[in-house]
Design a protein around this ligand. Structure first.
Ligand SMILES: [Zn+2]
Ligand SMILES: [Zn+2]
Length: 136
């Protein structure tokens, strides 16, 4: 397969270049996650939508599973998560977060858990226009 995925966006990852390694015959790409970290993901996982973010963001998503998760300081895509505000929106606790652009925002736990909230509202629009955040 001569297909080149470099420059393509897969959920939160941008494929940058082939590492030269393979996983089950699928070339492994070095990717950049929205959170800034690198991840090495086989092309097959990128295309199937299984490898949509780096391992660090996966750990944050796992940490968000508890009823009142303590996630302060953890990164999720462009957001650095803060404390719960004590408020709720549609029964979901509202958390503070700081976007990589520097803007502060609030996001519901449910939006974080389902990986819908990835940045402050204005960055989120820009990222969606570039194709980020969509599971393929
Ligand atoms: Zn990440
Ligand atoms: Zn932002």
């Amino acid at each position: 397969m001569a297909e080149n995925l470099a420059g393509s966006v897969f959920m939160w990852l941008t494929a940058e270049e082939k590492t030269g390694e393979k996983y089950m015959n699928s070339p492994i790409y070095r990717c950049r996650c929205l959170c800034g970290r690198e991840a090495e993901v086989p092309a097959s996982a990128l295309r199937s939508g299984q490898g949509g973010c780096c391992g660090n963001c996966v750990r944050t998503l796992q940490a968000l599973c508890g009823p009142e998760p303590e996630v302060e300081g953890m990164k999720l895509a462009c957001l650095t998560l803060g404390r719960p505000t004590g408020k709720k929106v549609r029964n979901s606790p509202l958390y503070t977060a700081t976007c990589s652009c520097g803007a502060e925002c609030t996001v519901t736990l449910s939006a974080l858990r389902c990986a819908k909230a990835i940045a402050c509202p204005s960055c989120q629009v820009d990222l969606a226009a570039k194709g980020y955040g969509v599971r393929k």
